[in-house]
Design a protein around this ligand. Sequence first.
Ligand code: F6P
Length: 363
Amino acid sequence: MAGEKRIGILTSGGDCAGLNAVIRAAVHRAAHYGWQVVGIEDGTQGLLTRPVRYLDLSLNDVDGAMMRQGGTVLGTTNKGDPFAYPMADGSKKDRSAEIIGGLRELGVEALIGIGGDGSMAILRKLAQLGDIKLIGIPKTIDNDLGITETSVGFDTAVAVATEALDRLQPTAASHDRVMVLEVMGRDAGHIALSAGIAGGADVILIPEVHWSIDGVAAKIERVRKGGRNFALVVVSEAVKTAEGTIPQREFADGQKRHGGIGNYVGHLIAEATGAETRVTVLGHVQRGCPPSYRDRLLASAFGVKAVDLIAEGKSDRLLAWSNRQIVDVPIEDAIKTYAAVDLDSTLMQTARGLGIYIGDVKA
Ligand code: F6P
């Protein structure tokens, strides 16, 4: 509609539960101001093609099942930095001007970017070059953005991992087994720590803390001596082996991803304790399921607030959850603060207080 204000929204980086709930909330709030929301497809990739790939989003488009769905209806990408875009011939090309041109083609005055720290750094540069207002919303199941107490997707990932432990416990008890659960968290152990406590694990291994097979075996031995016939072990994917490496898998496109530490730990436990040991790698089920109620609340609050900030004329701000409310901070500051697990945190003290083996000293 001529003269109508248009704002763009895109999801960037790995998907997670709750992204659709953010989009829905933004469309609702934009309708309140009489603005049109344009959903850009596949993150910045949708701005590289001509015509630009996008969806006009109205209330009718977002008010069905969308909030309940995992993933993102817009699609996303965690590849292809537009400032060093990988071309077919193996070279890298700066394609930022094409992306800015795409935003101009859409006629958006402001952009809501939902992503992690890497995506925010890229979007910020693009917004500055293109003179486009940008509001960022933090999402990552890894919950490693330091500025916010929690990010969209984290709560659901923890809920899935906790439920996995609920399902592993009866089968572990039935067969007198040690069950190892490998969970995601590219560099930080937040999912493992939270799910491990909530799911009654005996051992939690996270990348922030050094561990030893002797320590793990001693804990399992104590469990046995106490009269229990099974044990639950949670291992974050970024935990290092005794040789100091993080097991990884290489994919067809040459990219490497963490994966394999669960089997490594399971093998060592079987050797050290003689226990029958099984390993479950949880993987992407932590991302693709319906969002938890907490993620729906967080996503809805972020989506509404992002549009309100645009209405106030603000830009270059990232939303964060802090002390029971949303605050907004400069994106530049926000992406500088990485949050590994704090070894003195309440959750670490809780794990130790519960007698969980969580390693020996800082990694
Ligand atoms: O950062 C989110 C995350 O799910 C990590 O926990 C995991 O290591 C990685 O992404 C997996 O990436 P991909 O979806 O590319 O396999």
